[in-house]
Design a protein around this ligand. Structure first.
Ligand SMILES: NC(=O)c1ccc[n+]([C@@H]2O[C@H](COP(=O)([O-])OP(=O)(O)OC[C@H]3O[C@@H](n4cnc5c(N)ncnc54)[C@H](OP(=O)(O)O)[C@@H]3O)[C@@H](O)[C@H]2O)c1
Length: 254
């Protein structure tokens, strides 16, 4: 699989899963636009690591929860490159609380960054993919379909992304744009290690049929496949990357 000469925007790609996706696409030859909001140094380190792979990179600071900032991202891409081949809607935030405690502020914050941004970025990206086709992949989680503790509003925003994916996949098919989502179970990021260490989340590795927790590269590899021409006939799907967790909920850790 080669992404030589392609241009990809990965939202929230300075750290975690977004960084792994950016590096994986870059290792296959794609030029990468790194987006971040708060952690500039991480984003610039990711950009240096991408450049070391021999491709071009651009770092854009923007809060994707703000529609005006999304327009700024795409104005920059339009003026500097004039096209886009791949959009990865990865950036996410959220307020962790039970659904009965979700207020308007928590709802708007989470939905704006996670769901509205995915829609607005996809609409803008489709314009820059006009006449050349493209790939749009969003990142979801098992919380879109399973009720996880204190995950309510984030899970709801992920369910919205998965629904948006299906509608976009149909409407953008005539433009040769493939739209899909990758949904992961708990992924072993720095943040998650902290929660496990503090005893706030259980290490689910032993209960995963595949024998270990999902790592960012597992998600990135599936995203890269969906960006390839080999995945041309996969449209509007949510591909689960969870080592089998969701089909074996009653596995007892050995
Ligand atoms: N970790 C998991 O267990 C897990 C499981 C399933 C799905 N996912 C999904 O995978 C994706 C990445 O998760 P992660 O664990 O890698 O998250 P993370 O480590 O918390 O990183 C989040 C990324 O999103 C960026 N971001 C947050 N708010 C933003 C905003 N308003 N505008 C622009 N960028 C923003 C952050 O930028 P800064 O660096 O500037 O803060 C950061 O790069 C998310 O969609 C998440 O829901 C994660």
């Amino acid at each position: 699989m080669s992404l030589q000469g392609k241009l990809a925007l990965v939202t929230g790609s300075g750290r975690g899963i977004g960084r792994a996706i950016a590096l994986t696409l870059a290792s296959q030859g794609a030029d990468i636009i790194v987006n971040f909001f708060r952690h500039r140094e991480s984003a610039e380190q990711t950009a240096r690591d991408i450049e070391a792979l021999g491709v071009k990179t651009e770092v854009i600071r923007a809060n994707v929860g703000d529609p005006a900032k999304i327009h700024e991202i795409f104005d920059i891409i339009a003026s500097k490159f004039g096209y886009l081949d791949i959009l990865i809607n990865n950036a996410a935030s959220g307020v962790g609380r039970p659904v009965l405690d979700v207020n308007v502020k928590a709802w708007d914050w989470t939905m704006d960054i996670n769901a509205k941004a995915a829609l607005l970025c996809s609409q803008q990206a489709a314009k820059l993919m006009e006449g050349r086709g493209g790939k749009i992949i969003s990142i979801s989680s098992l919380g879109s379909r399973f009720a996880l503790p204190d995950y309510s509003i984030v899970g709801i925003s992920k369910a919205a992304i998965e629904a948006v994916t299906r509608y976009l996949a149909i409407e953008l098919a005539p433009k040769n744009i493939c739209v899909n989502t990758v949904a992961a179970s708990a992924v072993e990021t720095e943040a998650l290690k902290f929660y496990i260490k503090e005893g706030l989340i259980k290490d689910t590795g032993r209960a995963t049929p595949a024998g270990r927790m999902v790592i960012p590269e597992d998600v990135a590899n599936v995203v890269a496949f969906l960006c390839s021409e080999e995945a041309f006939m996969i449209r509007g799907q949510t591909i689960i990357v969870d080592g089998g967790t969701s089909i074996a909920p009653f596995v007892i850790p050995k």
